[in-house]
Design a protein around this ligand. Structure first.
Ligand SMILES: [Zn+2]
Length: 160
């Protein structure tokens, strides 16, 4: 496994909180297998940490199961991860939920909504990989051009 994949697994594995990902999800996002991720964490984290993290995984999973409208819970909609709209977010006025990648990019660049005529592109085509390195803030026209170019090269993934 190359060092950048290791680094990504490490980043995602140490993301504790409502955004915590299962080993399966980390494997999907990093393009590896669950057993690869499992091996990595066994080699790099003490058992105590792994146990505690597992408990948290169940905790968040149960929270979602028991309360489908659990505040702040991440869900999937139209192939994208959505989150409850943060109080500071000024876009999507009539909506309770927003796409997580838009929220993350706004936070990163210090704006409160995606301005008209702009969007966020998923660089590797994986619409659930919302790591900042995979998100590109760009104008709609540049985005359209980019997708035409990708299509020309046989990569026909959709992205909004
Ligand atoms: Zn795109």
């Amino acid at each position: 496994m190359d060092s950048s994949t290791c680094k990504r697994i490490k980043e995602l594995y140490e993301l504790i909180g409502p955004n915590l990902m299962t080993l399966n999800q980390i494997a999907t996002v990093t393009g590896t297998s669950k057993s690869t991720v499992g091996r990595y964490v066994i080699e790099n984290y003490p058992e105590e940490f792994r146990k505690k993290r597992n408990e948290l995984c169940y905790h968040y999973a149960n929270q979602k199961e028991l309360h489908p409208n659990y505040k702040g819970g991440r869900t999937m909609e139209g192939g994208y991860i959505t989150v409850e709209k943060p109080a500071w977010y000024t876009g999507r006025k009539n909506s309770k939920y927003v796409r997580e990648h838009n929220v993350l990019v706004c936070k990163a660049i210090g704006i409160t909504e995606i301005p008209k005529g702009f969007c966020v592109h998923h660089i590797n085509g994986n619409k659930v990989d919302n790591s900042l390195g995979n998100l590109q803030f760009m104008s709609l026209s540049a985005h359209k051009k980019l997708h035409l170019e990708l299509k020309r090269r046989g990569r026909t993934y959709g992205c909004k």
